[in-house]
Design a protein around this ligand. Structure first.
Ligand code: SAH
Length: 324
């Protein structure tokens, strides 16, 4: 018997080490190159607002295949040569297999197993679909009390537990808690306060904390039983943006958003940049680029459930895309 977060950590470590995760899912940077390009330009603009520190760390958590960073660096090199010269790429990745893929696309990076290992200095940090992979705990309201979910032989068992902090829910409701995601938010907030900088987090989940079981497993692109053999599928859960914002504000950082991904990317120029790129391409490829942009931005696809959140040094102006 294993607590759910221990099971999820073990399952994902096995999964990311042994398989090509992208056989099972796709992510925004894999859908269109414009996603990574826009995040690169966001970093360049934010670097200007920081007063152009040189050197500056460009950090990415959970870089997957390295596509986002490669697209970001290409866009930065094209329009922001001083930023390109000042930045040092640091990638936070635990999977040796994915590190090897990242090294093909971003050869000049330094790798770390945890954010805490990234050397000090002002930083810009990007994290797309990183926090959703971090292990969660689940609590279930039972009558006047609470139980916590453990995994035993591919099924949930419950054990009596203390009430999760601040939780209020109807009988039978599930409340989730992702302690590592809060630790990441706390670490980022402390770091930008001490060293300067800003972090841009993109992921999926509700804007307001709410009860609900969001644990999900994908196998071959289809929902699968999350409690089946550990490592057969990747396990994810919704990101609790309100909780992250609370933690980061509690430390003293400025928090902007969450704003829906569609609004954020559209404000950064998703459709203008896609249009410009499409005009240089043959018709079929041009149409695919426009469809990809729509997939990221349309509310009933990835435009609303996915959100952007920024954690910044309080001396910085509101970052691009988060204007009220
Ligand atoms: N950002 C990428 C990949 C998302 S998949 C994209 O948009 O395509 C999640 C990524 O986080 C993978 O690279 C995975 O190996 C990494 N990862 C998962 N748990 C991690 C942890 N605890 N520490 C560091 N990296 C982790």
């Amino acid at each position: 018997m294993e607590r759910l977060d221990a099971f999820m950590a073990r399952a994902n470590a096995a999964y990311y080490a042994a398989r090509d995760p992208y056989a099972n899912f796709t992510t925004s940077p894999e859908i269109t190159q414009v996603f990574g390009e826009l995040l690169g330009l966001w970093s360049a603009v934010t670097w200007e607002a920081m007063g152009r520190p040189d050197p500056v760390l460009l950090v990415e958590c959970g870089p997957g295949r390295g596509t986002l960073m490669a697209d970001a660096l290409r866009a930065i090199g094209g329009v922001a040569a001083p930023f390109a010269a000042a930045l040092r790429v640091h990638l936070v990745e635990t999977s040796p297999r994915l590190r090897a893929l990242q090294a093909e696309r971003v050869p000049d990076a330094a790798w770390h197993a945890a954010l805490e290992e990234v050397p000090p200095g002002p930083m810009l940090l990007l994290a797309n679909e990183f926090l959703d992979a971090l292990p969660i705990r689940q609590f279930v309201r039972r009558g006047d009390g609470w139980a916590e979910r453990f995994v035993d032989g591919g099924a949930f068992v419950e054990r009596p537990a203390a009430a999760p902090e601040g939780a209020d829910a109807e009988d039978g409701a599930v409340v989730e808690l992702c302690e590592p995601a809060r630790d990441v938010a706390r670490h980022i907030a402390r770091r930008v306060l001490r060293e300067g900088g800003a972090a841009l987090i993109l992921d999926y989940g509700p804007a307001e904390s709410a009860p609900g079981d969001s644990l999900q497993a994908l196998h071959a692109g289809r929902p699968a039983n999350p409690l089946a053999e550990a490592g057969a599928a990747d396990l994810t859960a919704h990101v609790d943006f309100a909780a992250l914002a609370r933690v980061a504000r509690g430390v003293g950082a400025a928090v902007h958003g969450p704003v829906p991904q569609g609004m954020f990317l559209t404000r950064l120029g998703l459709f203008q940049r896609t249009g410009r790129l499409a005009r240089t391409q043959p018709p079929a490829r041009a149409a695919a680029l426009v469809q990809a942009a729509q997939r990221l931005a349309e509310p009933d696809r990835m435009g609303r459930l996915f959100k952007a959140l920024a954690v910044c040094h309080p001396g910085l102006p509101c970052p691009a895309g988060f204007e009220p």
